[in-house]
Structures are given as C-alpha cells and as structure tokens.
Design a binder for this molecule. Structure first.
Ligand code: DC
Length: 227
C-alpha cells in the first residue's frame, strides 16, 4: 500500500481574526512543521516606523525601512500564548506589536508595493524549504502559489469581532464590541481593496467558513484535507 505523505507547503489565508493563527499553530504542531505567521513582519515594520516617528504616508521611507529592518523571529521563549518571539534591536516586541497603534496603521503599511516585495521575498525563501504552515493574506495567491494545500479561512465580521472581544475580556482587559467590529470591518476593507496582493482566496483554495464551527472542528476538517 502506498502511504500518502501530508502536503509539505500549507498556505493558510483569511481576514483578520478568522482563527488562522490558532489553526496554523495546531496544524504545525500536529505535523511537526514550522509555523510562520507572516503578519508579524508587517506589524514589526509598522512598529519600528512608529517608534522612530517616521511618516507612515511616505511610501519611499517605509519601503526602505522594510528592506533594511532586522526582524528576528525565534521559537517562543515564554509560555504566554505567543507563537514565536519577535526581536527587534535586541528587544522582545512580541506583544508590543499587537497594540492599538500598530493595529490602526498596519494595513496602510502593508498596502505599499515595495514593503510587500521586500517581505514576500523573505517569506517565500522560508516557505520553499517545505514542512511549513504559512499564515497570512496572500500566501496562496502570491508568496507560495505552488503550495500543496491552500486553505482560506473565513468568518463573518460579527463573529470575528465577537471572538476578539471574548479574547480581550478573558485576559481581564476592557473591550467595546462595537468598536472592535468597526476596526475589523475597516481592516477588511483596506486589506481586500489594496492594489497589490489584495486579500482573496486563491482559485484552488479550499474555503472554510468557520462561523458555525469551533476551533476543533476547523482543525479536524483541515487535517482531513491533509490526508
Ligand atoms: O494577521 P495580522 O492581523 O497579524 O496581520 C496584520 C496586517 O498585516 C493585516 O492588516 C494585513 C497584513 N498582512 C498582509 O497584508 N499580508 C500578509 N501575508 C500578512 C499580513
């Protein structure tokens, strides 16, 4: 009997807060693959730009930053829910990069063609080594169009905002559902209407709508696709 090996390059795309990271991490752990969340690179560039008070509307300046930035992504050093450590200039910025200011500006930074080119090239180099679950917005369409399995994980804006709201409340922080929903919709709009590599499913992607599925059901469905 021929034993089928699981797909080596797995591309996982979808809108903000659709559960891609949770799914990607579980898949990578189960298969013994590298998990790579490409969103951290766009966040890191945005974080550096904000730290240095750079003009975020200046595409040339932000592109140069993306080309030169030393973003070090390492295996997680702490068991605090992080998927990896993100180190910039020797400083651990893993959680800092997820603050409101970065959230509000990252879509603008990630719409710049030069920024995307610089970061996509690095992502592609890592992805082509194989045995990887790469998560983002354009992995199946642009970064790794040759991926063996492409999944597009979708959910309604309301459901995604609710999940984000529950996450924040569970951490003990204050949260406003309407405000979160407004931001989710705005990020969707910018990510899916940008000229370069807009958020969309690849033609050969399997689309999973997770509105009425829990995390375990989504993992089970994708593991089924891996067989
Ligand atoms: O997945 P995330 O929320 O951490 O992503 C942050 C931002 O980065 C998001 O607004 C879209 C952008 N992004 C992208 O344009 N392409 C990717 N491959 C990953 C993220």
């Amino acid at each position: 009997m021929i034993k089928k090996t699981p797909p080596s390059i797995i591309a996982l795309d979808g809108p903000a807060a659709s559960g891609k990271s949770t799914l990607g991490r579980t898949l990578a752990d189960t298969l013994g693959y590298l998990f790579f969340d490409t969103g951290v690179m766009y966040r890191a560039v945005t974080w550096i730009a904000l730290q240095h008070d750079l003009n975020l509307s200046d595409e040339a300046v932000i592109t140069e930053l993306a080309q030169k930035a030393q973003i070090d992504i390492q295996p997680p050093s702490k068991n605090d829910g992080r998927a990896c450590d993100v180190i910039i200039g020797g400083k651990d910025v893993t959680w800092d990069m997820r603050n409101d200011e970065v959230d509000a500006n990252v879509s603008v930074v990630s719409a710049y063609a030069g920024v995307r080119q610089a970061l996509s090239e690095q992502q592609r180099r890592i992805g082509l080594r194989g045995r990887v679950v790469m998560v983002g917005r354009d992995i199946g369409t642009v970064v790794l169009p040759e991926a063996d399995l492409k999944v597009y994980l979708d959910a309604s804006a309301e459901e995604r905002a609710k999940r984000r709201f529950d996450e924040i409340i569970a951490r003990g922080d204050p949260a406003d559902y309407e405000e979160i929903l407004r931001k989710v919709i705005e990020r969707d709009r910018i990510d899916s209407t940008r000229a370069v590599a807009p958020l969309r499913p690849a033609d050969d992607a399997v689309i999973i709508d997770s509105d009425k599925m829990n995390a375990e059901q989504v993992v089970a469905r994708v593991m089924e696709l891996c067989k």
